[in-house]
Design a binder for this molecule. Structure first.
Ligand code: NDP
Length: 604
């Protein structure tokens, strides 16, 4: 391996060894089973703190054109794009008390989007809205979700505080029957599922968690009644409290500085430190982002996607931590490989990664005054093993006298809980309040997991249809045996750090499929051959980065240290290329998935 002026061959070997031992300290035999869901005796953790008591309403027994499961950005964008295609009856069904999804639930102090707001907030061209900050606070994003819903009249048929309990294809009427936990049973010609990827909160399965007598809650259900204040801070209720926070991921990094300001004492229970890079948030003007030109937002968003996907781009308009480290973040995406030599590519990746992580670790030393605390805050893994974070207040918080960092790596997290607090080694930390910033389960929401029973033709369950060979789709959207079911943001499509962009492309695609089926009086359903062909495309060139995840520190990116699941799960050439592929396919091949209806559409 070549020497770099900044990282010698020996230094790289040392790093590899350090990463390996740090990973081994953290891998747990119980993997993802170490977590608890917010159900049964822990169901109260998931209660909606914002909606109040659900108001009574009559169960729905009607028919709509499209039922959209989920009222986060995925569902809202599906609704907006369907409206643009002239679809009239669109019913979004949402468990929260309003639109917003992630941004409805997550209102913790300090909440911001870490992707530039001008590319993250969708439909800026269409709504005429120009965000005020480079990185928007959560409330601004939530209000934008509402703005889109209002503009496209999505409140008209929406139902809130309602969970879909089953989706069943009725062969006779060729429509979906949708049931909910509010007693609804209505028909929909099409169903779009937009249930999110990180939407079910998880708790650590710490022995004795139920014994703790103090106050607890999860960051995605912030209890302002207890803490006082707002997402901007002023948590006056904590002035006399000993507060603990578990978790130092993207959420922990945002919430800790505000807790540190207001708690009498804050204990940060860390298992794996995040990489924390410079944030440099600032107010922006329309002129800064060229918002005086029509189409400025979609152009900027496309530019961001192309830069972070390794596709040729004339300029880097966003110029931030994501675009600067794009080649590292997308984990050996083939589009970043400028020559055919894979070994040389991986070697140069490793050097660039080491340079970046050395910089991240050096920043800890620059900011944190206590050397022992600084040592604990340094991340020892590759940059893309965990979601990178950005903050100009997080590391600084550990210089305060009222903040204690408690490292729990050697005990695989908090060992146990008592009535008074938490125990690590020989020490019991007495607490008044413990806040779980412990994230969300992956792969449990949506139709794949089986949590939402989906029955297609002849009553076959989607989960059973996929049991033997794994997921089978075309582009991740449609599946044989499940006509007029459009899955958004799922497996076998693609993803990107700017997830709302991905969702919007999916929404455009779903709406185009519905419009084509309506125009032809057809059903949307790929053949098994079409699915096989797509699975072959997924397998071709994938995946360069399996070994990468296998060497990473545990987390939700790699199934808690176990690497990626077998088989191709995403289009291997990145989101920008996938979107181009979808656009070409819509222009030339939509007929591939259109089948004649047996029942004329108007009789459904
Ligand atoms: P994460 O899953 O990223 O982090 C959970 C944290 O809890 C980790 O630090 C984890 O440690 C820790 N943890 C879990 N169990 C224990 C235990 N038993 N003892 C001690 N620590 C424990 O969740 P987040 O909510 O931080 O973030 C989830 C995702 O949400 C992000 O990756 C991002 O995609 C999104 N997000 C995006 C934001 C944005 O601005 N766009 C902001 C916030 C979140 P360990 O690492 O060792 O497992």
């Amino acid at each position: 391996m070549a020497n770099s002026p900044e990282v010698s061959t020996e230094a790289l070997a040392d790093l590899r060894e350090r990463y390996r031992t740090e990973r081994e300290r953290r891998v747990r035999p119980d993997g993802a089973r170490q977590y608890l869901g917010a159900d049964a005796e822990f169901g109260y953790y998931a209660a909606d703190p914002y909606a109040g008591e659900p108001t009574g309403r009559e169960p729905l027994r009607d028919r709509v054109d499209v039922a959209v499961v989920g009222g986060g950005f995925g569902g809202i964008l599906a609704g907006a794009r369907l409206r643009q295609r002239g679809v009239e009856r669109v019913r979004i069904i949402e468990t929260g008390g309003d639109f917003g999804g992630t941004w409805y639930w997550n209102r913790y102090p300090g909440i911001h989007c870490d992707i530039e707001s001008h590319v993250y907030l969708p439909l800026l061209d269409e709504t005429g809205y120009v965000p005020e900050w480079k990185y928007a606070p959560g409330e601004e994003i939530r209000r934008h979700a509402v703005r889109i819903a209002e503009k496209y009249d999505l409140y008209a048929d929406a139902v809130f505080s309602t969970a879909v309990t089953s989706l069943t294809w009725d062969d006779t009427s060729e429509a979906w029957i949708v049931t909910t936990d509010r007693g609804d049973k209505f028909r929909a010609t099409y169903v779009v599922t937009a249930t999110g990827t990180l939407s079910e909160l998880k708790l650590p399965g710490i022995p004795g968690i139920e014994k703790f007598a103090g106050h607890t809650f999860h960051t995605s259900r912030w209890d302002y009644g207890y803490t006082g204040g707002t997402p901007d801070g002023g948590l006056v209720g904590l002035a006399d409290k000993r507060v603990g926070v578990v978790g130092t991921g993207a959420t922990g990094v945002q919430v800790v500085p505000l807790l540190a300001e207001d708690a009498r004492h804050l204990y940060v229970f860390q298992r794996t430190p995040s990489s924390v890079d410079v944030r440099a948030n600032r107010r922006t003007t329309a002129a800064d982002v060229g918002a005086d030109r029509p189409g400025w937002a979609s152009e900027r968003r496309e530019n961001f996607l192309r830069v972070v996907s390794g596709e040729p781009a004339d300029a880097d308009l966003v110029r931030d931590g994501w675009t600067a480290s794009a080649g590292l973040l997308e984990k050996l995406l083939p589009s970043f490989r400028r020559s055919g030599d894979r070994t040389a590519f991986e070697a140069s990746y490793e050097i660039a990664d080491a340079v970046k992580m050395n910089e991240v670790r050096a920043r800890v030393d620059q900011v944190v005054t206590d050397p022992d605390t600084a040592a604990k805050l340094k991340p020892w893994y590759r940059y893309a093993c965990k979601r990178p974070t950005f903050s100009d207040r997080y590391l600084q918080a550990f210089n305060r006298d009222n903040v204690t960092l408690v490292d729990t790596a050697d005990t695989h997290g908090i060992e146990r809980m008592t009535e008074r607090g938490v125990v690590i080694g020989d020490t019991e930390y007495a607490l008044d309040c413990l806040i779980f910033a412990t994230g969300f389960s992956v792969g449990v929401s949506g139709v794949h997991s089986g949590r939402l029973p989906v029955r297609g033709r002849r009553g076959v369950r989607l989960r059973d249809a996929w049991r033997e060979q794994g997921p089978r789709t075309l582009h991740g959207f449609t599946s044989n045996g499940f006509p007029n079911l459009l899955q958004m943001g799922g497996t076998q499509s693609t993803s990107s750090v700017n997830y709302t962009h991905v969702l919007d492309e999916h929404a455009v695609h779903a709406a185009a499929l519905v419009a084509a089926a309506e125009a032809e009086g057809a059903l949307i359903e790929p053949s098994r051959q079409t699915e096989d062909d797509w699975i072959a495309v997924l397998a071709d060139g994938a995946p360069d980065h399996e070994w990468f995840h296998a060497e990473c520190t545990p987390g939700y990116y790699n199934a808690e240290g176990r690497g990626r699941p077998n088989g191709p799960t995403a289009y291997p050439h990145g989101a920008a290329a996938f979107h181009d592929l979808l656009e070409r396919w819509r222009a030339n091949s939509t007929h591939q998935v259109l089948r004649p209806r047996s029942v004329p559409r108007r009789e459904v």
